[in-house]
Each structure stands twice: as structure tokens, then as C-alpha cells.
Design a protein around this ligand. Structure first.
Ligand SMILES: Nc1ncnc2c1ncn2[C@@H]1O[C@H](COP(=O)(O)OP(=O)(O)OP(=O)(O)O)[C@@H](O)[C@H]1O
Ligand SMILES: O=C(O)C1=C[C@@H](O)[C@@H](O)[C@H](O)C1
Ligand SMILES: [Mg+2]
Length: 213
């Protein structure tokens, strides 16, 4: 350290130590289970999931990307257009089922995956699930920049989002943990995921984070 650099504050060092211990505790308690992110399009499953995996030093897998890879690089939009949604949903369930046998990892699912009973049951038995809960306005603001969500190619995407949220929230709310996704730095959402995972896996679950099921 050069003489000009400020010495690290003792409380920062203490905080880093706590975070390191939390991470180690989470990994030990997780064992071979996955951490699965569920929630609406644009809720942050891919972008937060990648950062959460890096923080925990776990592999990150995105089910949507995996489906595209297994289709020779076709996009989700092309798969919907060529084969239809029921075909996509069957393939999605199979891909997630196979990925869940891959041991400890962070897995971002597609927005519709957790609605299926068989997929939800597999996630319950092989993973800890986190619902990134975003409201309709947040989802719309985030997804309108791109046209790669085939379900939103409708006359009124805002109404479609509200309809999907109403239909899906009863299922998303069955996730083990809920984190509210809002426009704060991604790393802050990661911090909250870590706190919630630690509470759920390593201690009596804090009321603010644990879903009552
Ligand atoms: N906490 C956040 N604050 C600000 N922007 C965010 C936050 N979380 C996600 N976003 C942004 O929202 C957009 C969509 O995020 P992301 O692709 O991670 O969503 P997703 O849940 O994976 O969606 P899909 O189900 O369609 O794959 C990205 O541009 C991302 O940077
Ligand atoms: O919410 C959904 O149903 C979807 C979300 C995306 O992740 C993709 O899986 C696909 O666009 C469908
Ligand atoms: Mg995604």
C-alpha cells in the first residue's frame, strides 16, 4: 500500500469478514442444490443471477440461453414462431429438469417456467428458489427497449404484462424467498439475495424475507 492510500477502515474489514463467512455458510448449507431465480420478464433473473453466481463463486446458467444453444442458436422468438409456445414450454421443462441435476449453481429460469407444476416441484426438491418481484410499470420500462420477448408482441404490452402478472403471481409467491426488484444497483439486489439466503439456509428465517407457505 502506498503512503498516500487511505488505510482500510476497520469496520469495512469487519463487514468483509461477515460477508465472507455468510458466503461460506450459504455454500455449506446449500450442498448440491441450485439457487433458482423466478419472476417476470425483466425482473432481473439473468442480470442479477450472473452477479449472484459470481459473488458465491458458483456457475451461472440461463435456461433461456441453454434452450437457444440446444436449438442450434435459434432465438427464443424464432423458436416460438417456428414451433409454437406449447413446444417451447415442453422443451423448457426438459431443459430445466436436466440443468437441476447439475449440482450447486445459480439458474435463471424463463419467466413462464415456474408456473408449471412439474417444474415447480422439481425446483422445490432440488433447489432454493428466489422470486424477483417486479411490478408492471418496472417490467414495461425494462422490456420496452427490446423486442425479444414474443409474448409481449401484442397491441397493448402494458395490459399483457398486467394480465401475466395477475395470472403468475400466485405461483411465483410459492418460491422460498422474495426480493423486490426495483431500480437500485444490481449489486444491492444481490446483497439482499445473499442476506435472504443466509437467513433461510443458515438461521431462523427473518420474517421480512421468508415467504410463509
Ligand atoms: N435492479 C435493477 N435495476 C435496474 N435495472 C435492472 C435491475 N434488474 C434488472 N434490470 C434491467 O432490466 C433489464 C432486464 O433484466 P434481465 O434480462 O436480467 O431480466 P430477466 O428477468 O432475465 O428477463 P427474461 O425473463 O425476459 O429473460 C436489463 O436491462 C437489466 O439491466
Ligand atoms: O415470461 C415468459 O413466458 C417468457 C420469458 C422469457 O424468459 C422467455 O422464456 C420467453 O420469452 C417466455
Ligand atoms: Mg433472462
Amino acid at each position: 500500500m502506498s503512503p498516500d492510500e487511505p488505510a482500510e477502515m476497520p469496520e469495512n474489514l469487519a463487514r468483509q469478514g461477515v460477508i465472507q463467512n455468510q458466503t461460506a455458510d450459504i455454500l455449506a448449507a446449500l450442498g448440491t442444490r441450485a439457487i433458482v431465480l423466478v419472476g417476470m420478464m425483466g425482473s432481473g433473473k439473468s442480470t442479477v443471477g450472473r452477479r449472484l453466481a459470481a459473488r458465491l463463486r458458483l456457475p451461472f446458467v440461463d435456461a433461456d440461453q441453454e434452450i437457444e444453444t440446444r436449438h442450434g442458436g435459434m432465438t427464443i422468438t424464432e423458436i416460438f414462431a417456428t414451433h409454437g409456445e406449447p413446444y417451447f414450454r415442453e422443451g423448457e421443462a426438459k431443459v430445466i429438469s436436466a440443468l437441476l441435476d447439475g449440482g450447486a449453481q445459480v439458474l435463471a429460469t424463463g419467466g413462464g417456467a415456474f408456473v408449471r407444476d412439474d417444474t415447480r416441484e422439481r425446483i422445490r426438491s432440488k433447489a432454493v428458489s428466489i422470486w424477483l418481484k417486479a411490478d408492471g410499470a418496472t417490467v414495461l420500462r425494462r422490456v420496452k427497449r427490446r423486442s425479444d420477448r414474443p409474448l409481449l408482441q401484442t397491441e397493448d404490452p402494458a395490459a399483457t404484462i398486467e394480465r401475466l402478472i395477475a395470472a403468475r403471481e400466485p405461483f411465483y409467491s410459492l418460491a422460498d424467498l422474495t426480493i423486490v426488484s426495483r431500480d437500485v444497483p444490481h449489486e444491492r439486489i444481490v446483497d439482499e439475495c445473499i442476506e435472504a439466503l443466509h437467513g433461510f439456509l443458515c438461521a431462523a428465517a427473518p420474517v421480512a424475507f421468508a415467504n410463509k407457505t
